[in-house]
Design a protein around this ligand. Structure first.
Ligand code: IDP
Ligand code: MG
Length: 139
C-alpha cells in the first residue's frame, strides 16, 4: 500500500465562494504535487456511495444534499506521508476546533460546510481516488 498519495475534494462551498485558487495555492505551497484534478459534480448516488460509512449518522441527508448541490474540484495529491500531512493542513472537521492557518480555519463556515475533504487512511485514499479518476487521468 503506497503512503505518498491522498485524495481531496474542494467541496461545493469552496467553489461557490471562489476559494479554489487560494486553496490550491496553499496545497501546492505545502509540498503536495497534483497527480490528478478535475471540476466535477457528484450525483446523489455518487455521494451516498462515497459517504456510505456515514449512512446511519443523523447528518447523512444534509451531507448528501450539500455535496451534490454544485461542482467540486476532485484531486489526487502526492507527498511523503500524504494522508497525515494533508489532514494536518486541512485541520479539524469543525472549523471552530481547527488550528490557526489550516484550510478549514481559513475557509470553512461550519462543521457541515467545511470546505475540503481529505482521506483518512492510505487504503481510503486509494479507494476514493479510484472512485473519481481512471488510471489514465493520473499523472
Ligand atoms: P472529516 O471530513 O473531517 O473526515 P467525517 O467525520 O468523516 O469528517 O465527516 C464527513 C463529513 O460529514 C464532514 O467533512 C462534514 O462535511 C460532514 N459532517 C461531519 N460531522 C457533521 C455534523 O455533526 N453535522 C453536519 N455535517 C457533519
Ligand atoms: Mg472522514
Amino acid at each position: 500500500m503506497r503512503t505518498d498519495r491522498t485524495f481531496t475534494m474542494l467541496k461545493p462551498d469552496s467553489v461557490e465562494k471562489g476559494h479554489v485558487g487560494a486553496i490550491l495555492e496553499k496545497i501546492t505551497a505545502s509540498g503536495f504535487r497534483i497527480v490528478a484534478m478535475k471540476l466535477t459534480q457528484m450525483t446523489t448516488a455518487d455521494a451516498k456511495e462515497f459517504y456510505a460509512i456515514h449512512k446511519e449518522r443523523p447528518f447523512f441527508g444534509e451531507l448528501v444534499e450539500y455535496m451534490t448541490r454544485g461542482p467540486i474540484v476532485a484531486a489526487i495529491l502526492e507527498k511523503d506521508n500524504a494522508v497525515e500531512d494533508f489532514r494536518t493542513l486541512i485541520g479539524a472537521t469543525n472549523p471552530a476546533d481547527a488550528a490557526e492557518g489550516t484550510i478549514r480555519k481559513m475557509y470553512a463556515a461550519s462543521i457541515g460546510e467545511n470546505a475540503v475533504h481529505g482521506s483518512d487512511s492510505d487504503e481510503n485514499a486509494a479507494i476514493e481516488g479510484a472512485f473519481h479518476f481512471a488510471g489514465r487521468e493520473m499523472f
